[in-house]
Design a protein around this ligand. Structure first.
Ligand SMILES: *Cc1c(COP(=O)(O)O)cnc(C)c1O
Length: 815
């Protein structure tokens, strides 16, 4: 976009205060990820839950000089203000105006419950070299995300691919008012979004509103209800159904589960086939959606197959790994265009590293224009990198456009040979390159230790899982994240830092040391300590941690400590009520005394809580209700005695999904963040956030009658192949899953563990499998899942995760 402040105010009927001629090319809405202040306006978005207005002064400090807001903040009279009655509608009006300027743009709108982002990315990968294409960044598809995506359209774009998502009734109507795609795509419709829609019928009707003015609708026709509705409602449009069922226009005609054959497809009777590595329903349906669109754009079958082979199965991921010499490496070598560069610059703003280094290659995909490298340099110069390393002839020719200390190289290997990389220390290193340059080689050189065995933690999945749980709650209900025991084994401050960034209200740890560790790593969110050991009270106070007080003994000792340290003011504490678990807590008959004591001490009860002992077991409904009723009664008494209202909370993850009516003021999420729910409806919506994996060290042919491992517990019953992997009981794998009790995954197949598990290794029988040394082995993630793995260990996911030893390297992934 490119408008003056005056034009924007006119288009959106807003009030303008200040310089009418300022130019706006970008609108930023998240103060933390502003990567450029040039021609950028900040919009303070006000929603039910949050208001961006509290960040206005900080963005002005960063150098932004146009603010769009519902209210003018006092002072700041030298910046330009655009005052609108409703910030969300403002964006929608502006997007509406903007998209009308491009009547010839071929717009594609993708909606559906699952698969929107991957279909969008795949369409982009399929179309960008045929047409000048713009797409929604990340999964920007909401009432705010969609307009921001549309504002990216420029005059030379030929195709625009946008995601459209809704979570409540009536939302699509609003979106369809300003975005009416020429080609509508409906991906998979899952079971109704539990919280907000009454029936599947209602959900489908709402989604279909997007297509009211579409010329073509491409839809997954496997759901009979969807199929019938579209055919009834939109019979006058061009309809193309795709899916695995036979009635679809675009379908698979052979047995796609048979790995030995290619996938054969038929498009209105026109037949062709393509190879596919990944054969699950969701992936194939998404591929069919991409095929239907390519067909619609007149792409030849042979080209379509070529493009399908090149699709990248992973979503765009920015991977962060610890490097040598205290560097932090952010690796983004998925694709390189201006938009993804902006996203990477936003992303690195989330880290606090004193120095920043950039490795950047030629842009070979898409937009190649004379002004491209000038634009890249302008954007890059605003980021203040301490050092820039350029790779490739084109970008090297523009070296003098960059204002930081810059070196240029013709190839990745030339850079590696120069040994420049070895001089970098204490820095954040962003690796941003087009595929062709293989800059992941640089990552391998810079990485701390190359470990074959890793626990990979997907932070975005954690956020997604939190949001799924939040969708079951009232917007004002607070959330405490349980990060005890090294965040259930996933990591200490890394998880807490991510949660803090995403505005978690509270954190809770088991022991003081865990809390101190978080504070030392810059975590400022309030932290509750559940097991404040009696020798640790002084440390609790020094680090501003908040103890759980569960008995008079603890209360007295803690108050003594407060006095002896001369702490003034009321110190925050949390009162634990015993309601049926019989672990820790004050009992009902202690309330009168407790109230007296609390009123006489220098403490402030921040929260009062209890813990459910069987929230995951529906057959114990009666007991749960008894606990909840006790909690209600006891806390009513406590609150009226205290004369003020602490935060009340009793639900853990299972409580949230089964008893949302009793959310009180806050809930405590734990295992739900990891992607585990005991409610199958919710489980389907969650994403696995942890993946424990390794690689095959060696494969041996073992003859019939030979034995494997300690004590010869496996004897081959016929000639077979044995794979050894470098994970053993010292890594946290229980010895009891040896000898064919447990299985792990190789190339999506489950293979049995044979023989006794060793301290650092174990052996697998891979007799029928086509596997090689160095191949990836999944201990758990999607197959086997963490639950399946825990079951074979005869325990629960909690114990599996917290048993994984510290020597297993944790790596963190963010989109
Ligand atoms: C660990 C813990 C939780 C979280 O439980 P999940 O089942 O993992 O959600 C909640 N409350 C308390 C007191 C806990 O100790």
């Amino acid at each position: 976009m490119n408008y003056t402040a005056k034009e924007i105010a006119e288009i959106t009927q807003s009030k303008l205060i200040g310089n009418a001629n300022l130019c706006v090319k970008n609108i930023a809405f998240d103060s933390r990820t502003i990567y450029s202040t040039t021609d950028t306006a900040f919009i303070a978005i006000t929603t039910q839950k949050n208001s961006g207005e509290k960040y206005i002064s900080s963005v002005i400090e960063k150098g932004i000089n146009i603010i769009i807001s519902e209210h003018k903040t006092d002072g700041f009279d030298d910046v330009t203000w655009i005052i609108t009655p409703n910030s969300v509608e403002f964006l929608q009006k502006l997007a509406d105006h903007h998209i009308r300027q491009f009547p010839n743009l071929k717009t594609i709108g993708i909606t559906g419950s699952n698969g929107k982002t991957i279909v969008k990315e795949w369409l982009y990968q399929s179309l960008w070299d045929e047409f000048k294409t713009v797409k929604s960044p990340k999964s920007f598809n909401s009432q705010i995300g969609l307009p921001l995506s549309l504002l990216q359209i420029k005059p030379d774009h030929e195709v625009g691919i946008f995601e459209v998502g809704i979570s409540k009734p009536q939302e699509m109507e609003k979106l369809a008012n300003f975005f009416s795609p020429k080609i509508g795509i409906l991906t998979h419709i899952g079971s109704a979004h539990i919280a907000n829609f009454e029936t599947e019928n209602q959900l489908i009707d709402e989604k279909l509103k997007l297509f009211k003015d579409s010329e073509i609708i491409i839809f997954n026709g496997d759901n009979q209800l969807v199929y019938n509705k579209i055919n009834e409602l939109y019979s006058s449009k061009k309809l193309i159904s795709f899916g695995l069922k036979n009635h679809n226009d675009l379908k698979i005609t052979n047995d796609w589960k048979d790995r030995n054959t290619e996938i054969k497809i038929s498009y209105f009777g026109d037949q062709f086939s393509f190879p596919a590595n990944q054969r699950d329903e969701a992936t194939l349906s998404n591929a069919l959606a991409a095929i239907a669109v390519m067909k619609e754009f007149g792409i030849e079958n042979t080209r379509i197959v070529e493009k399908l082979n090149n699709l990248k199965t992973v979503e765009m991921r920015l991977e962060s790994v610890n490097g040598l010499r205290n560097n932090l490496i952010i690796n983004d070598s998925y694709n390189l265009d201006l938009d993804s560069l902006k996203i990477a610059y936003q992303f690195i703003n989330e880290y606090n590293k004193p120095k920043k280094v950039l490795v950047l290659t030629d842009f070979i995909e898409g937009e190649n224009s004379d002004t491209l490298y000038q634009e890249v340099a302008n954007l890059t110069n605003e980021q203040n990198f301490d050092k820039i390393l350029l790779i490739g002839a084109e970008i090297s020719a523009c070296q003098n456009l960059f204002t930081s200390e810059t070196n240029a190289f013709n190839s990745t290997s030339e850079l590696i040979e120069s040994l420049k990389l070895n001089q970098i220390e204490n820095s954040l290193i962003l690796l941003k390159g087009a595929r062709k340059f293989e800059i992941e080689k640089i990552k391998n050189i810079l990485e701390l230790q190359k470990h074959d065995t890793v626990l990979e933690v997907n932070l975005n999945a954690i956020l997604h899982n939190i949001n799924v749980h939040k969708s079951l709650l009232k917007p004002e209900t607070k959330m405490m994240a349980m990060v005890k025991a090294f965040s259930y084994g996933l990591g200490g401050y890394e998880i807490a830092e991510f949660l803090q960034y995403h505005h978690i209200d509270y954190l809770a740890v088991a022991y003081v040391d865990e809390g101190v560790d978080l504070r030392k790593n810059g975590i400022t969110v309030p932290i509750m300590v559940m097991n404040p050991e009696q020798n640790s009270y002084s440390t609790i106070i020094d680090y501003n941690l908040e103890p759980e007080i569960y008995s008079f003994r603890v209360l007295e000792l803690f108050c003594e400590q407060l006095k002896s340290k001369g702490v003034s003011g009321e110190y925050p504490i949390h009162i634990k009520i015993e309601t049926g678990m019989n672990r820790l807590g004050f009992k009902e008959d202690e309330m009168d005394d407790l109230i007296q004591k609390l009123k006489s001490e220098n403490v402030k009860v921040k929260s009062v809580f209890s813990h459910l002992s069987t929230a995951d077991d529906l057959s114990e409904h009666g007991f749960v209700m008894q606990q909840i009723n006790t909690f209600q009664r006891v806390t009513d008494q406590l609150i009226s005695g205290l004369g003020y209202q602490p935060i009340r909370h009793i639900l853990n993850s299972s409580g949230i999904v089964f008893y949302p009516d009793y959310q009180f003021d806050m809930v405590r999420i734990g295992i739900g963040m990891v992607g585990i729910s005991y409610n199958p409806e919710v489980q389907r919506l969650l994403q696995s956030a942890v993946s424990f994996k390794t690689v095959i060290s060696q494969i041996s042919d073992v003859k019939k009658g030979e034995s494997v491992g300690y004590s010869r517990r496996f004897i081959a019953d016929e000639d077979t192949r044995i794979a050894t992997i470098p994970v053993g009981y010292a890594d946290g794998i229980p010895r009891l899953i040896g000898n064919k009790v447990g299985k792990v995954g190789i190339n999506k197949h489950l293979v049995p563990i044979v023989g006794n598990i060793c301290m650092d290794m174990m052996m697998l029988d891979i007799r029928d499998l086509n596997a090689n040394e160095g191949d990836e082995v999944v201990i758990f993630n999607s197959n086997p899942t963490l639950e399946m793995f825990a079951e074979s260990c005869r325990t629960i996911p909690y114990e599996v995760l917290t048993s994984i030893s510290r020597r297993v390297k944790r790596i963190y992934i963010k989109n």
